[in-house]
Design a protein around this ligand. Structure first.
Ligand code: PLP
Length: 389
């Protein structure tokens, strides 16, 4: 069976050029980057080259990039580091209701530590309500954290505007750009970003490596203490090969964003229009245009997202019914509830996320499969028959 992978928001494969770049750093060039001898220096040079590549992709300086263990660590560091560095004078964090759990669960922990957190709502398309954001940012706010793009419904936020609002009140601005790298052009200087999280495995680097961009003039507390790695800000022997992979992958992912997006938008919009016209009682979740070029998220009435997933999987098609981190739990996605979907519709949602390796032919195959599956599942659904009588 020819399998089709449309779960690129959960993770991506390591591509051959990235793997090739990493290979020497397992068996041949294995020195500890902190060692002063030639083995160490060789590894140090590779880490610094990767740092330069990440910085170039964001229009940052190399000294502003810190390697971490994953996007989750970068998010934890940004929020907690800012809270502990500024907590004497400012006690409030402002974020949104649709952030990833890496942000939301960290925010909940800060609340337990007597910080205040304001969760700004989004509109029906998943765009942050700017008037409410402006009201929420007071002189007590140490950090505003808003994701660049949502992992479930793909909505892209007006982060430049929000960064301006944060700065007007003396707050720092952090963005979780984990889903955005390679699809949204990021210029940390022009966009007024103080802190930015990214994660390698979303753009063809391996799992378990990430980075935090921290503007030169910004100071936050360190989270992981120990050795003097990452200019003393993040201890732990560097994940050498993965860092090399991250550098190569971000260079490739940001080389030609316009061409990459043009192809994906065509596939995305074709898939959305086919699903909405050929399958009755479906709806698109998220904004039609302010969305990641590879993201399709639809709700199919009278059907459980999990049943759709299993049926697609039997046909070799990989999708997701929510974010990878929440599927497996039966709670409906907090993001779909935040855009106002009733529970029963949120339960019937399906996310298909493409990247440049997918083809229009695959899109058509997936649509055909979905048309057939929905027809079959609805035919078996007592709920569907009860409603239709
Ligand atoms: N933030 C967002 C928006 C994500 O989509 C993810 C992963 O799904 C993360 C953070 C966590 O990244 P990682 O898997 O590297 O910990």
């Amino acid at each position: 069976m020819n399998r089709i992978y449309m779960d690129n928001a959960a993770t991506t494969r390591v591509t051959e050029p990235v793997f090739e770049a990493m290979k020497p750093y397992f068996c041949e060039k294995f020195g500890n980057p902190m060692s002063v001898h030639s083995f160490g220096r060789e590894s140090r040079r590779a880490v610094e080259e990767a740092r330069r590549q990440v910085a170039a992709a964001l229009n940052a300086d190399s000294r502003e990039i810190y390697f971490t263990g994953c996007g989750t660590e970068s998010d934890n560091w940004a929020l907690r580091g800012a809270a502990y560095a500024r907590g004497n004078t400012r006690r409030t964090l402002v974020t949104t209701t649709i952030e990833h759990h890496a942000i939301l669960h960290t925010a909940e922990q800060l609340e337990k530590e007597d910080f205040k957190v304001v969760y700004v709502p989004v509109d029906e398309f998943g765009i942050v309500k700017l008037d409410e954001m402006e009201k929420a940012i007071t002189e007590d706010v140490f950090l505003v954290s808003v994701m660049t793009a949502n992992n479930e419904i793909g909505t892209i936020q007006p982060i430049e505007e929000i960064a301006r609002m944060a700065h007007a009140k003396g707050a720092l601005f952090h963005t979780d750009a984990v889903q955005a790298i390679g699809s949204v052009k990021i210029d940390v200087k022009a966009m007024g970003i103080d802190l930015l999280s990214l994660s390698g495995h979303k753009f063809h680097a391996p799992k378990g490596v990430g980075a935090l961009y921290m503007k030169n003039s910004v100071h936050i507390e360190r989270l992981i203490r120990g050795g003097a790695q990452e200019r003393t800000q993040r201890a732990g022997t560097e994940n050498l090969a993965s860092i090399v992979g991250l550098g190569k992958a971000i260079e490739l992912a940001t080389a030609d964003i316009d061409a990459h997006n043009a192809k994906l938008i065509e596939m995305r919009d074709h898939m959305i229009s086919e699903i909405l016209t050929r399958i009755p009682e479906t709806r698109l979740n998220g904004d039609a245009t302010r969305r990641l070029p590879g993201n399709v998220n639809v709700s199919v009435r009278y059907i459980e997202g999990e049943s759709l997933l299993l049926s697609l999987d039997l046909k070799g098609i990989a999708a997701s019914s929510g974010s990878a981190c929440t599927s497996g739990a039966l709670d409906p996605s907090h993001v779909l509830l935040a855009i106002g979907l009733p529970h029963e519709i949120a339960h019937g949602s399906l996310r298909l996320t493409m990247n440049e390796e997918n083809t229009m032919e695959e899109v058509d195959t997936v649509v055909e499969a979905l048309v057939e599956i929905v027809k079959r599942l609805r035919a078996m659904s007592p709920l569907y028959h009860a409603e239709k009588q």
